[in-house]
Write a protein that binds this ligand. Structure first.
Ligand code: GDP
Ligand code: MG
Length: 396
């Protein structure tokens, strides 16, 4: 039975090509009922293209694996480029990742790049699976590989010391063996905590605003995290607003019906009576006081679509001035390349890049926030905020 209070955890599979990610997923899906799978034929790992927003798509396999403790949405990317794209754009919004390293080959180039990027994007590792133990000749070889993995985790910021989950467990086994995969799943179940769904300070994206003479100011939008009820104090942050402005939620409504509360995942109307003078617009967020601030500058990891896939022509060096799509609005920006562990001298389509962004207007920004990059009305990339820099206006 799934534990009460648990919520589905989105788990991204990482690892060098051929190290056993898809084999592992197939075995996870085939585990006995009690700690096993639901959904389509486990042998069929057909890829689907999912929209990333802003007109971009992402190729991946997504399957539900149900364990003794919870449900996992497991994301398996067909290739390294898709994995990098998923990390850099925040696609699928993974809660955590599982790294698969073949004990025969040890960590390789793609292992390192994916780990580095995941570390920057704020995706913590839940565990490492050392696969292909059945094909190794000696325990000392596996011990050496495990040590290489530990060193790499430390180099790439996954030593667990900075994260919330503590040291990363390394489980040895065969991706084809049910018993090793059960042990791995047990380690995941144990290590990943269950945040209650309402956890996190209230954050609401305003999608449209209407002044209704009867009802008051009605903000229709989406609760990204936390919960809200009538009488609650909120702040309007960003988009043409220098300082946060305080409001009190008058009513929470859904289809004109009054609701007690709205929580993460709900699309609702928040109604503000009388006092919402000046109001707010699309592009504004409503948040619990002092939890998010407006800013104009941040560092980010981005993925630019390849030229053949509708991306920009050629390369960009120096300063680039695309539009940034964020909170449902588009704004002018200035983008510069940033030095990183994976060296890039130019902004190259079809690759991940580290950038520094300066927006023309202040908006609510925080780590892991996703955005689109547009040029002449065409989406050429997407990214995630890795660090907010510069002056903040209000909030924390
Ligand atoms: P992916 O590219 O990471 O998804 O790798 P795959 O899951 O497609 O596996 C690549 C190859 O390695 C396939 O031929 C698998 O059968 C094989 N393989 C994967 N895991 C194991 C394992 O634990 N032991 C052995 N002996 N072979 C494995
Ligand atoms: Mg695969």
């Amino acid at each position: 039975m799934i534990q009460p209070g648990s919520r589905p955890v989105t788990l991204l599979l990482l690892g060098h090509v051929d190290h056993g990610k898809s084999t592992l997923l197939r075995t996870m899906l085939g585990l006995p009922r009690e700690s096993g799978s639901i959904g389509p034929d486990p042998r069929d790992l057909a890829e689907t293209e999912i929209p990333l927003g802003w007109g971009l798509v992402h190729r991946r396999v997504e399957r539900i694996v149900q364990t003794a403790r919870r449900e996992y949405r497991v994301i398996d990317c067909p290739g390294h480029q898709d994995a990098v794209k998923a990390i850099a754009t925040g696609a699928s919004r993974p809660d955590t990742a599982l790294l698969i390293v073949s004990a025969v080959d040890g960590p390789l180039a793609q292992t390192r790049e994916q780990l580095l990027l995941a570390g920057e994007a704020g995706i913590e590792l839940a565990a490492v699976f050392l696969s292909k133990i059945d094909a190794t000749s000696s325990v000392s070889v596996v011990d050496r590989v495990e040590k290489e993995v530990r060193d790499l985790l430390r180099d790439c910021g996954h030593d667990g010391e900075r994260g919330a989950l503590g040291s990363v467990p390394i489980v040895r086994g065969s991706a084809m063996s049910e018993s090793s995969v059960s042990t791995l799943v047990g380690a995941l179940d144990e290590r990943i905590p269950d945040p209650p769904p309402e956890e996190g300070p209230f954050l609401f994206r305003v999608d449209s605003v209407m002044a209704d003479s009867e009802r008051g100011l009605v903000a229709t939008g989406f609760v990204l995290r936390g919960a809200v009820g009538a009488g609650q104090a909120v702040e309007a942050i960003g988009f043409s607003r220098e300082a946060p402005q305080a409001f009190v939620v008058g009513r929470v409504e859904s289809g004109r019906h009054r609701q007690k509360r709205a929580r993460a995942g709900d699309t609702v109307d928040l109604v503000f009576e009388g006092g919402a003078i000046g109001g707010f617009d699309r592009g504004t967020v409503l948040a619990a006081p002092n939890t998010i601030a407006a800013g104009t500058r941040f560092e980010a990891l981005a993925y630019l679509r390849a030229t053949s896939d509708g991306g920009i022509d050629g390369t960009v060096s120096g300063t680039w001035e695309p539009e940034i799509a964020l909170w449902g609005v588009e704004m002018k920006s200035r983008v510069r390349l940033r030095e990183g562990a994976v060296a890039t001298e130019m902004i190259k389509p079809g690759a991940p890049v580290r950038i520094e962004v300066e927006l023309a207007v202040p908006v609510a920004v925080e780590r892991r926030l996703r955005f689109g990059i547009k040029e002449i009305g065409r989406t050429v990339g997407a990214g995630t905020v890795t660090r907010v820099t510069g002056e903040r206006r209000g909030g924390s």
